[in-house]
Design a protein around this ligand. Structure first.
Ligand code: C2G
Length: 129
């Protein structure tokens, strides 16, 4: 069984997230998603509208996602990959190169982001910021 893992905040779940998860799942048999906790997002300096519990439940409802784990820090990727026998670590290409050090454990893939959509742009459009 081929396992793929990816991580993210997934605030205001949108088509860019769906496209990434769909392509990620097409590369394996099982897709694990590490969803950033509210506390971790604070440490990333990222404000979210949707609380972790809702973001995790929304991801769980996605047909492409098989398992949700909380993303609580930057350091957990390596042990997560080992614990879950991950074959592919995957992120959107805004992260290109940032996780190459994981390539001793698994294949590292960066996929093109979906153009013209982002949680930040959506928040600005509805004047949340
Ligand atoms: N994404 C995408 N296209 C978009 C927007 C986002 O492909 N238009 C991808 C991002 O590249 C990322 C994933 O969707 O791989 C989740 O995006 P975010 O929720 O913005 O994740 P981020 O806050 O970047 O957190 O440890 C990694 C971090 O947790 C990533």
């Amino acid at each position: 069984m081929k396992t793929v893992i990816t991580y993210g905040t997934f605030d205001l779940f949108h088509i860019g997230h769906v496209n990434l998860l769909k392509r990620a799942k097409s590369l394996g048999d099982r897709l694990i998603v590490g969803v950033s906790t509210d506390e971790f997002n604070q440490s990333k300096g990222k404000t979210t509208l949707v609380p972790y519990a809702h973001r995790a439940a929304i991801l769980e409802s996605c047909r492409y996602v098989d398992l949700i784990i909380p993303e609580q820090n930057w350091q957990q990727k390596r042990p997560d990959i080992v614990q879950h026998n991950v074959d592919i670590f995957l992120m959107g290409d805004d992260w290109r190169g940032k996780f190459d050090e994981l390539s001793d454990l698994c294949q590292v893939i960066y996929l093109d982001r979906t153009k013209d959509i982002s949680s930040t742009a959506m928040k600005q459009a509805i004047n949340v910021f």
